[in-house]
Design a protein around this ligand. Structure first.
Ligand code: SF4
Length: 244
């Protein structure tokens, strides 16, 4: 095994241990029968509950989740960031948007979706379906630190940050999640997604309805009538579900 491989395995092991600790597991039994199937997976709940909020003992508030995240160095994205971009909006929102990661403006300000794509998202929320961004929604990303050059976050970075997104969603317990783009949708659904085919079709994340749609940055890059109509249709479905 090369030094690079060793260091990558150690980093993954460290992240997995941190994640177990996040779930309240302080000890790991040391015997030969321990294998990967005994470890929690992305789709398993911290406790065996059917509803994310049914066990108050393991649900943190957003403030507690933020405190636990601290000055995080759980993955390499900490190296180039200016600010952690935790999320913003109403902690009791019925509608949560999940994007992939902060860009330059977000990194600068420590707030999600404040650049051009953010302005587009605000327009989609406020002009498109008549909601108020800060009062009616909560917005966050699958990774809280800016990937260099705005590349997509990599699997180990997503794995390191995912427990905090999971806890954010548990704390908020929204009625609807709108996943913005392919990386966010794949992370929430835990599988590969063809976003152009699957946007607009209801999915589920731990009992919460998920509406996948295009990322506003993609919409700005491919500003066609067809794409704009598609996002508007997706948002109308999300609104109808909220009003049900
Ligand atoms: S992306 Fe998430 S896990 Fe990685 S350093 Fe930032 S806050 Fe920590």
């Amino acid at each position: 095994m090369t030094e690079n491989q060793k260091s990558s395995h150690l980093r993954q092991l460290k992240n997995q241990l941190i994640r177990l600790q996040d779930y309240g597991i302080d000890e790991i039994p040391c015997n030969n029968s321990l294998n990967s199937s005994s470890l929690p997976t992305r789709s398993s709940s911290p406790e065996k509950t059917t509803s994310p909020n049914s066990n108050k003992a393991v649900i943190q508030t957003l403030a507690q989740v933020r405190e636990e995240l601290g000055d995080c160095d759980r993955c390499r994205l900490c190296e180039g960031r200016k600010n952690i971009v935790f999320g913003s909006g109403n902690p009791e929102a019925q509608l949560v948007f999940v994007g992939e990661g902060p860009g330059a403006d977000e990194d600068e300000q420590g707030l999600p979706f404040v650049g051009k794509a953010g302005k587009k998202l605000t327009e989609i929320i406020e002009k498109g379906i008549g909601l108020n961004r800060s009062e009616d929604t909560y917005i966050c990303n699958i990774v809280k630190c800016r990937p260099p050059g705005n590349r997509n976050p990599e699997a180990d970075e997503i794995n390191a940050c995912l427990p905090f997104l999971e806890k954010q969603l548990q704390a908020i317990n929204p009625k609807v999640i709108v996943s913005l783009g392919k990386p966010a949708t794949e992370t929430l659904l835990g599988r590969k997604v063809a976003i152009t085919k699957e946007r607009g079709q209801w999915q589920e994340y731990r009992g919460i309805k998920v509406m996948p749609t295009f990322h506003p940055a993609y919409l700005l890059r491919s500003y066609t009538l067809e794409n704009r109509k598609a996002v508007h249709e997706d948002m109308k479905k999300a609104l109808a579900e909220l009003n049900r």
